[in-house]
Write a protein of this length. Structure first.
Lengths: 321, 321
């Protein structure tokens, strides 16, 4: 049967202010970022990936990472995450008392070299140094496995490679992982099968699924992952970010579309969908471009509109006969 | 388990030249329509909904319905369908020797009144007259159940209502049906449950599922329908048509995105995806607007691109050490 092993509760992690804002052409004002994170903090989200401690030269839009982290009003029920590309970033994350850092390596050697100019061995050695550096702090360490399903240079990725990297992560002290479909190449079957394997091999591991909607399969893949026992999904308000290939192409799966779909099949996300929709509808003006999220345009599936007067008259006329 | 009862073969019906073109602002030249249908005819599609025999005043873009039907080169493996709104339309369809006509009624009384100014009883009486009129011809009769999952005026629709209408259709001699999510309100659970019921109650009935991607759930709903035993899906090249709510909102599920997803899980559609993609990529110029289809933008998930020279050098340098 379809969807028979779904969890009853799904945790949603919001990545728009990091994965979304980092690729925006115009600078999002710092006070606007803070306002957005503060509003997101009240909506029942599990984690918020606030910003990235990268070089301001590499990603100018996140040059205010410290100010944002130090100015937001934290909700104790939310885990505030920052992306960290190196030891310097880890030190900055510690200094701002991030609840969690997120490290990223591509399981594809070619993509890792292209993306961060390091071999996987070099990335892992760096992760190990960062784990040592973080020892004794209250900051948790999550690590992402980019290109877990496919690499734009190497093609589809074998599940065995992902399992190997997870083992390497656990060996050096990583506490939780994110399996990422970085360029939207995953099929629902791949997602189900890899997630199922991961759940079987690492039954107690805290796993997030990070999906992109590049080829329209994002929400289907989310459902495939949930059917395989995943209970935590990354998503981005409005569907912004995630390196779209072309104008109009989409990146990250869209938070409000995901929550809307999960609610439609009676899965509990604990997320305040109406307010999320309000926030998504403000994005086109802020970013000066359209967003890929669809529920923000079409409205909730349960929303009805009134009949026109001419139809009401027609109905009355027919009822008389 | 996820996707455990999927069929091995899925038939795809193309509706772009009717459901897509009917709502385009600019007139698609007749010879262009004929060329597109002739090319689509060679791609392994099951049916092509060519045009609609409506009043040219109501839908100016389809005012060339006869010329298109009489000029296309028919492939005997394809069923050429025309939409028919009334007896006059049925006569026109017969005169052009359509393989099949498609009748449409909304299962929601309010939507039927709004859309075609008739009560459901009036629509059924008309269908009956059309069935009588078609007797003895070689033209098959399909009837669609619009708003089978939800109505924008009445809200979500109970499956019992759909089952009742199917019975009414069969009583008057309809040969096959299409269950339509006209405004994209269906959830994957609704689709699974209704399709499962329909398969159980009418096991030999030829059923098509006609889905819209209005709220991003179109492909997920397709998979839900297939899991419940449906083997035939409508879709539209480029995802055009289907009354989008707003610019950028999507209507019909996109043929190439659907075929791409089904191939990704090893389902056989028999459809030539590369040529379909070529055709989809020509649509923005023809229609003078972007399309919602995503694979046409992002490329096949199995397509790889070459590494940049700097990464090749970096790789070589690392291998030396």
């Amino acid at each position: 049967m379809f969807m028979q092993n779904l969890p009853t509760k799904v945790r949603i992690n919001e990545v728009a202010t990091r994965d979304g804002f980092q690729s925006e052409a115009i600078f999002i004002p710092t006070d606007k970022k803070i306002e957005i994170i503060n509003r997101l903090s009240l909506l029942g989200l599990n984690k918020i990936e606030v910003t990235s401690f990268v070089s301001p030269k590499a990603i100018p839009n996140l040059r205010d990472a410290e100010e944002v982290m130090n100015s937001i009003t934290r909700n104790p029920n939310v885990t505030y995450v920052t992306l960290v590309p190196n030891e310097k970033g880890a030190e900055r994350a510690l200094a701002t008392n991030a609840d969690e850092i997120n490290l990223v390596m591509s399981v594809s050697e070619s993509h890792n070299l292209s993306n961060i100019r390091m071999t996987c061995d070099q990335s892992l050695a760096q992760f190990k140094r960062i784990c040592t550096l973080m020892e004794g702090s209250n900051t948790r360490i999550n690590a992402s496995l980019a290109t877990s399903f496919g690499c734009p240079f190497e093609g589809l990725i074998a599940p065995e490679r992902v399992i190997d990297v997870i083992k390497q992560y656990l060996d050096i002290g990583i506490q939780s992982i994110s399996i990422a479909d970085t360029t939207g190449m995953a099929s629902p079957r791949q997602v189900y099968e890899l997630c199922d394997q991961v759940r079987n091999i690492f039954p107690t591991l805290d796993v997030t699924l990070h999906l992109h909607n590049t080829r329209g399969m994002g929400l289907t893949n989310a459902l495939a992952g949930l059917s395989a026992g995943i209970t935590q999904l990354d998503a981005s308000l409005g569907g912004i970010g995630g390196c779209p290939f072309a104008p109009g192409a989409t990146g990250n799966i869209c938070t409000e579309d995901l929550v809307h779909m999960l609610e439609s099949i009676d899965l509990d996300t604990g997320v305040d969908l109406p307010t999320l929709l309000d926030m998504a509808r403000e994005l086109p003006e802020l970013l000066t471009h359209d967003i890929s999220g669809q529920v923000a345009k079409a409205g909730l599936r349960t929303e009805t509109r009134p009949l026109s007067q001419s139809v009401i008259d027609l109905k009355a006329r027919n009822e008389k006969h």
